[in-house]
Design a protein around this ligand. Structure first.
Ligand code: ADP
Ligand code: MG
Ligand code: ZN
Length: 616
């Protein structure tokens, strides 16, 4: 009789469960439903794949993206698991064959696109067999509040009802808002599910926000410092993707592009080039990456600020999935806020929603954009900011983000704050940040003179301040709740009750300001506070061996026509360097090596490892 630990090692090559996985496996094995919220890269698949191997009947996995199913099934097959997928990419003959095999009980796991559930031949085959588990991946697609709402997900509950015997239903997502959680439980009709939210922290990711004057120059220098690494650059529009992609290629980088405006063939080709390591840089819109499990992405750079923290964390989270140190860098400029406002205003209306609901969603989008902007301008720990956003507790200091690594001094800004607050009040709370900055700096723009704004008492009161500094103060006042900006196309600022005591001189305001010019301090700080993942990566035992292992992996990947990471992840290769096994037992102890991979690739890797040892 197999047990969960054996399955984990034998089929997936992992010696330990990650945070939360074992609890979910246990719940499913007890026969319970489950709602499992884990961040991207947290390892949700294992939570249903391990039970799938332990349960007697078949497991159906609902997954929204056709392009990913093939990869997932590929990976399972490589691990010696009988699996298949059903979606519109199959030819009729293939489709019929898969259905037939399902009927004969050949597969342990079958991936299905949600649209297929309504197709009667699939449903009727399912009625005739034993299905023990229905796993719903990317379950937030069932929620009309989420970004990726898919009406076909609403059919899942009906499908479950058509089955003779109700399987356990387990839902998985990385979106944690209460609204979405509630929608999932309700729409999938989960029965008092085992609920778990875990591991949003990804200690190996380093978070940075930069506010460069010239984004492209900054990007070039970031990429030059990461020449041998693979990474993703996200831009908010197709146009920017095309521009940045082109300029990078002209500058000699191995880059490719991805967005919804490209032909299907081109898009698929470009994605493969990146996933198969033929191109090391992917420049893309947010259309790229959902579920892409390329483990050796070592940086994700956001060329533009995304629309909300959910998107940011999901996209940034595609870095460092192998557990090695990786960078998540956001290049912020205030123009990004405007681009996003434009995108919110002009987003495609969802035909399934009433106008009232559309309005509500828009208001939420603005609210989320505001939080994203706070993140981009925060002087407090970025990791804590994100974890708090997702409802996890954190210490407030991580030592591995640009805020924690920058030295801040706390400055009393009461006098400036009072002048700014007065300015907002004197102009009737009718203006946004830009105009308030202009008035208080004493700009003589036409608009200001024409509207007589140069006569308000606050006009020119802070003429000596640079605009970015005033902006930073305004952002801070908003974040700290002295002012609010109403959400909308033309956000205007108004005072809150908290502003009163500042205006009357009874309260003071402090703000953290980065100490200018402390690069040396930063560097030395960094070296004393390296994260464990960074240390692990820095201590790669043998670069030559690592390179040879990579080359062998490349050869095998090409021969078997799968992405390199499906053969072995970088983490597995690094562990081979570290453990340097020369026997089959030794090889099996390497993280990421299971029974099947030992049989498939063990001899060839061992040959290399043994030869390398002799060389020494
Ligand atoms: P998610 O679906 O939550 O985004 P995946 O299931 O795709 O994440 O897993 C992400 C990565 O983590 C994969 O490369 C997988 O091999 C790895 N992984 C999952 N569970 C473990 C584990 N217990 N030990 C080591 N690696 C794991
Ligand atoms: Mg997944
Ligand atoms: Zn931090």
């Amino acid at each position: 009789m197999l047990d969960k630990k054996t399955v984990l090692k034998q089929y997936f090559g992992h010696s330990e469960f990650r945070d939360g996985q074992e609890e979910v496996v246990d719940a499913i094995m007890r026969g319970e439903d489950a709602l499992c919220i884990m961040p991207t890269g947290g390892g949700k698949s294992i939570c249903y794949q391990v039970p799938a191997m332990l349960l007697e009947g078949m497991t159906v996995v609902i997954s929204p993206l056709i392009s990913l199913m093939k990869d997932q099934v590929n990976a399972l097959t490589q691990n010696g698991i009988d699996a298949a997928y059903l979606n519109s990419s199959l030819s009729y003959t293939q489709y019929v064959r898969v259905l037939e095999n399902i009927r004969r009980g050949i597969y342990k796991i079958v991936y299905v696109a949600p649209e297929r559930l309504a197709v009667s031949d699939f449903a009727s085959v399912c009625r005739g067999i034993k299905i023990d588990l229905l796993a719903v991946d990317e379950a937030h697609c069932v929620s009309q509040w989420g970004q990726d709402f898919r009406p076909s997900y609403l059919k899942i509950a009906d499908f479950v009802n058509t089955l003779g015997c109700r399987p356990r239903v387990a839902a998985f997502t990385a979106t944690a808002t209460a609204q979405v959680k509630g929608d999932i439980e309700y729409s999938l009709r989960l029965k008092s599910p085992f609920r778990i939210t875990t591991g949003f922290d990804r200690p190996n990711l380093k978070f940075e926000v930069l506010r460069p004057k010239h984004k492209f120059d900054e990007l070039l220098s970031l990429l030059r410092a990461r020449a041998d690494k693979s990474g993703i650059i996200y831009c908010s529009t197709r146009k920017t993707v095309d521009e940045v992609g082109k300029k990078l290629c002209e500058a000699g980088f191995s880059a490719t592009v991805y967005h919804a405006g490209l032909d299907d063939d081109v898009r698929r080709q470009n994605q493969e080039d990146f996933v198969y390591d033929r191109r090391s840089i992917m420049v893309a819109t947010n259309a790229f990456g959902m579920g892409i499990d390329k483990s050796n992405v070592s940086y994700v750079i956001h060329y533009n600020m995304p629309m909300d923290i959910e998107s940011y964390y999901q996209e940034a989270g595609r870095a460092g999935r192998d557990g090695n140190a990786a960078d998540c860098i956001l290049l912020y400029s205030k123009g990004d806020v405007m681009t996003n406002q434009y995108l919110i205003e002009h987003s495609e209306p969802n035909p399934d929603l009433t106008p009232d609901m559309q309005e509500l969603i828009k208001a939420r989008d603005y609210e989320r954009l505001k939080m994203m902007t706070f993140y981009s301008t925060a002087s407090t720990c970025l990791r804590s900011f994100i974890l708090n956003y997702f409802g996890e507790k954190s210490s407030g200091y991580c030592g591995n983000c640009s805020s924690c690594l920058t030295q801040f001094t706390e400055v009393d800004i009461t006098a400036d704050a009072r002048k700014i607050l007065a300015c907002i009040s004197q102009t009737g709370e009718r203006f946004g940040k830009k105009l308030i900055c202009d008035i208080i700096r004493g700009s003589n723009r036409r608009k200001i003179v024409r509207w007589g704004l140069d006569t308000v008492p606050a006009y020119g009161e802070l003429a000596s301040h640079k605009e970015p500094h005033l902006r930073a103060i305004l952002d801070h006042l908003e974040y700290e709740g002295y002012i609010t900006s109403n959400a909308g196309k033309y956000p205007t600022l108004s005072l809150t009750p908290k502003a009163e005591p500042v205006l009357s001189g009874e309260a003071s305001v402090a703000m953290k300001i980065a100490k200018p010019k402390a690069p040396d301090v930063r560097r030395s700080k960094k070296s004393t506070r390296t994260s464990s993942a960074e240390t692990a990566a820095a201590a790669t035992p043998d670069q030559r061996l690592f390179a040879e292992l990579k080359a062998l992996r490349r050869t095998i990947a090409d021969e078997t026509n799968v992405p390199a990471y499906i053969v072995f992840t970088d983490a597995a290769l690094l562990d081979m360097c570290k453990k340097h096994p020369t026997t089959r037992e030794g090889f099996l102890a390497v993280s990421g090596v299971g029974k099947v991979k030992l049989d498939l690739f063990g001899d060839r890797f061992l040959e290399l490892l043994i030869a390398h040892k002799k060389d020494k």
